[in-house]
Design a binder for this molecule. Structure first.
Ligand code: BG6
Ligand code: MG
Length: 225
């Protein structure tokens, strides 16, 4: 095979920079329960569902809460988060995303979203990408959080391709693990140390094009851009 048949994109941190908004909202919850929380700790929440993220924050402080209480925190966190992201526009799409999507389409390569976020439809609408992807699998359709590969396996299935025919683009440790567990190639987007389990890591989507995908599939040496 020379090229993948599809690319499955994570949303938060790959298509749009919602990471600071998630951080602000989680920080508010962490402060409320009295748990120290910083941007480094926030790395562990990337790709993780809302409920599991709140459980993680509580576990940092050794705090026990009922599922109902955890749900109440996640609802409040989401109110803060949605307030921030509701002002997003197409200008908030990360560099290189639109150009790369255009190249994929021109080459007949399928495109899908594979995100843990239940806010995926809202975000895609805000930034004007709601009619662009052939398949969207998000937090509303999955039961298992990344690093479980469910979200990407559903994406591949709905695209009509085998996992090995799909490349995942991910900014989260948990997401890279999910892609690899699903038998897919994975392009990490972000810090090469954090994303060391990816097949290759790039700083942003301006660094990827069709030749890059060809090299990834022919196992040529890829430089870490
Ligand atoms: C992931 C984010 O994409 O979605 C996580 O990386 C977030 O930080 C998760 O917790 C769930 O998002 P939401 O929008 O459903 O709260
Ligand atoms: Mg992400």
């Amino acid at each position: 095979m020379i090229l993948p048949k599809a690319c499955i994109f994570d949303l938060d941190g790959v298509i749009v920079d919602t990471v600071p908004a998630h951080y602000t909202a989680w920080k508010a919850m962490a402060d409320e329960v009295g748990v120290p929380f910083d941007e480094e700790e926030n790395e562990n929440l990337k790709g993780v569902s809302r409920f599991d993220s709140m459980k993680h924050i509580l576990s940092l402080g050794g705090i026990e809460k009922t599922n109902e209480e955890i749900l109440a925190y996640t609802e409040r966190k989401n109110e803060i988060y949605v307030e921030i992201i509701s002002s997003m526009t197409p200008a908030d799409i990360l560099p290189g995303v639109v150009e790369f999507i255009d190249k994929l389409k021109a080459n007949g390569i399928g495109i899908a979203i594979g995100s843990a976020s239940k806010n995926t439809p809202t975000i895609l609408k805000c930034v004007g990408l709601d009619k662009v992807f052939e398949v969207i699998v998000d937090g509303n359709q999955i039961t298992k959080s990344k690093p479980n590969p469910e979200v990407f396996l559903k994406g591949a299935e709905q695209l009509g391709f085998l996992p090995q025919d799909c490349v995942v683009l991910e900014d989260a440790m948990s997401g890279v693990k999910a892609a690899k567990a699903g038998g897919m190639k994975c392009i990490g987007v972000g810090d090469p140390i954090v994303l060391s389990e990816a097949d290759v890591v790039i700083s942003d989507l301006t660094k990827v094009d069709i030749d890059f995908l060809k090299a990834l599939y022919s196992n040529e040496e890829l430089h870490q851009a």
